[in-house]
Design a protein around this ligand. Structure first.
Ligand code: SF4
Length: 407
């Protein structure tokens, strides 16, 4: 799939846009002034694979905490760029705390929240000036929930005078786009280069969000940050976000993504990073760890054996991935099938790099294992998991060892 042409945006060690891989980002939900909790969560997010982390900078205490957060992370070997999320008072905070402004790696500015009337432009330009002085990229992050009301009213009024007025939804989308484009234009006129600007126009409804991003993408070549805002919790949030993001990514739109999930008690914030990784890997856009294909099971299988085996294999992969990543480059593209019966079992198993097809209720208790499309062996007995993992290890070593890949 061809990606939309954009500039390359460089944020420290991370590159996005053009043909760089789609970058995963996330946002903390700890009070930023609580440096200990914030540092801990940023580490958790980076460990999970977040390549950029955004944190709210909402008051003096939060802004004062930035140097300590950044320094501790860098000292501990964490490199993910830190993005300051500013609303309402960003111009004051960035001006009052020049040191913190330098420690942040990128600023997010919401043009709907920078002040009204003549204050809007002066506050906005104050922030852009600081970004320019510190050579920092900026995301102009428009959000449906905080759209610039003056701009919306202006476009609504214009629209009402037309012989064939557009729908309210169309005008809303146009206001989102214009808010982003006018702000970017304003920043460029102040000297901000295009390769320092990222735009987003997040909305909470899947169809509206897809529509507004498609329109924006066709009207500019800025790098785009994709996200469905207020996506909801767990399954609902993942499903809705994946639906929206997948449509756009498939069209080559989107240079960085975030899946915003309402946190669930007891669950790690890193869930939103895992969701991004699974989405990108399911689409074949990026690879993070071997994928296990397993069937849903049905009445043809009368035991949970394959369900447990699929679970055990997935867990084994997750546990070993940190070591494998270093020892076996490319292992993240491996595919494994764990199937429940003869109907689709051998077929799926042959398509995977390694596949195992457990017997259904009326089948003989022999278990064929396939490797690169051919039958490798037939397992019997009660050590199936151990034997299969052994086969997996041998295969990974043979195919992905660093020594091997040089030949
Ligand atoms: S592979 Fe067999 S057990 Fe699994 S869902 Fe298909 S028919 Fe059912």
């Amino acid at each position: 799939m061809k990606r939309r042409n954009t500039e390359t945006i460089t944020i420290n060690n991370v590159k996005m846009g053009e043909n760089h891989p789609v970058v995963i980002q996330s946002m903390t939900n700890t009070p930023t002034a609580d440096t200990e909790a914030t540092i801990k969560q940023i580490k958790e997010l980076e460990d999970a694979g977040s390549e950029l982390v955004r944190l709210t900078v909402n008051d003096y205490e939060a802004m004062e905490a930035i140097p300590k957060i950044a320094e501790t992370l860098r000292r501990d070997g964490y490199t993910t760029p830190l993005i300051g999320d500013f609303h309402y008072n960003g111009h004051i905070l960035l001006t009052k705390y020049p040191e913190s402004a330098r420690y942040l790696d990128k600023y997010r500015i919401n043009p709907g929240n920078v002040g009204k009337k003549d204050k809007h432009d002066s506050n906005f330009s104050q922030m852009i000036e600081i970004a320019l002085k510190n050579d920092k990229p900026v995301r102009i992050g428009v959000n449906g929930g905080s759209l610039d009301q003056e701009l919306l009213t202006e476009l609504m009024t214009q629209n009402s005078k037309l012989t064939h007025p557009a729908t309210a939804q169309e005008v809303f989308a146009e206001a989102m786009i214009q808010s982003a484009l006018r702000s970017a234009d304003f920043a460029m006129k102040m000297g901000m280069p295009k390769n320092k600007l990222v735009l987003s126009v997040k909305m909470s409804d899947v169809q509206h969000m897809v529509d507004v991003y498609q329109k924006l993408a066709s009207r500019c070549d800025y790098a785009l940050h994709l996200g469905l805002t207020e996506a909801g919790s767990s399954m609902k949030g993942v499903a809705a976000s994946s639906a929206a993001l997948a449509i756009l990514l498939q069209q080559g739109i989107g240079d960085t993504i975030r899946i915003s999930l309402t946190p669930e008690p007891g669950k790690s914030r890193a869930e939103e990073v895992n969701a991004c990784k699974l989405l990108l890997q399911s689409m074949g856009l990026r690879y993070f760890m071997p994928m296990v294909t397993s069937c849903p099971g049905c009445g043809r299988t009368n035991s949970d054996k394959f369900v447990y085996l699929a679970q055990d294999v997935t867990q084994y992969i997750e546990e070993n991935m940190p070591i494998w990543k270093k020892q076996y480059p490319g292992v993240e593209t491996l595919t494994i099938a764990v199937m429940g019966c003869v109907v689709n079992g051998p077929g799926e198993s042959k398509q995977a790099d390694i596949g195992i097809s457990l017997p259904g209720s009326s089948e003989a208790p022999s278990i064929p294992v396939y490797q690169d499309g051919d039958l490798l062996t037939v397992l019997k007995g009660d050590q199936i998991k151990e034997q299969f993992i052994e086969i997996l290890n041998t295969y990974i070593k043979k195919r992905f060892s660093i020594a091997q890949s040089h030949h």
